[in-house]
Design a protein around this ligand. Structure first.
Ligand code: GRF
Length: 206
């Protein structure tokens, strides 16, 4: 491919299966994006192993012990890392911090997130558990743009998953996760191809 590939910075705090799905897709020669770095706030994150195995530069930041909160200067630091590594888009993949500052300013309209529920239902933590407890028959996952709200930015792609009578949180989460990997890769591809157009709250993918 002669055109410059879209640079993706991935931010992850944990296991990193979505990061892995994106990294593997980016290894394909015909895929329009490349992962330029992994940034984590957790030195134990499984995602670090995947990054090393794929030769992806890693950066571990110290965001402090309070989950959810991220100090302003650390958000600045992450934004600088992403810029220096040549990121065009930032993909949050199980990043357990809420962005409020520099990243949103410096990557406006260029941050995407995966959430394990059909938004706008079941925002926040434990989307799968909330869906099961509510008793929905259809659960799923959502890739969306990140804005200053919590899980409230414009929706890019969703995938529905049927809830079975014998599901528990683990079994349902596992089926949702398969769909997460599929739609997150598709969303990165659409972004990289310049196919996402946001009109008010609606995202055209054509
Ligand atoms: C996924 O369920 C994702 O939807 C949520 O956090 C989880 C991360 O999983 N935001 P993994 O680290 O990508 O395996």
């Amino acid at each position: 491919m002669s055109a410059k590939r879209c640079g993706v910075a991935v931010l992850a705090s944990g296991r990193g299966s979505n990061f892995k799905a994106i990294a593997e897709a980016c290894r394909r020669e015909d895929f329009p994006a490349t992962v330029v770095c992994l940034v984590t706030d957790n030195p134990e994150a499984g995602a670090l192993e995947t990054a090393k195995a794929n030769g992806i530069p890693t950066f571990t930041v110290d965001a402090g012990p309070k989950k959810g909160r991220i100090p302003k200067e650390v958000e600045d630091e992450i934004a600088s890392i992403c810029e220096q590594q040549g990121a065009d888009v930032i993909a949050l993949a199980g990043f357990m911090r809420i962005l409020r500052g520099a990243l949103l300013d410096r990557f406006e309209g260029r941050i995407i997130n995966i959430h394990p529920a059909l938004l706008p239902s079941f925002k926040g933590l434990h989307g799968v558990r909330q869906a099961l407890e509510y008793g929905v028959k259809v659960a799923g996952c959502t890739v969306h743009f990140v804005d200053r709200s919590i899980d409230g930015g414009p929706i890019i792609l969703q995938s529905a998953v049927e809830v079975r009578d014998d599901d528990d949180e683990d079994s349902l989460a596992a089926r949702i996760l398969e769909q997460e990997h599929r739609i997150y890769v598709e969303a990165v591809e659409l972004f990289a191809l310049g196919k996402l157009e946001v009109i008010e709250r609606r995202v055209r993918t054509g």
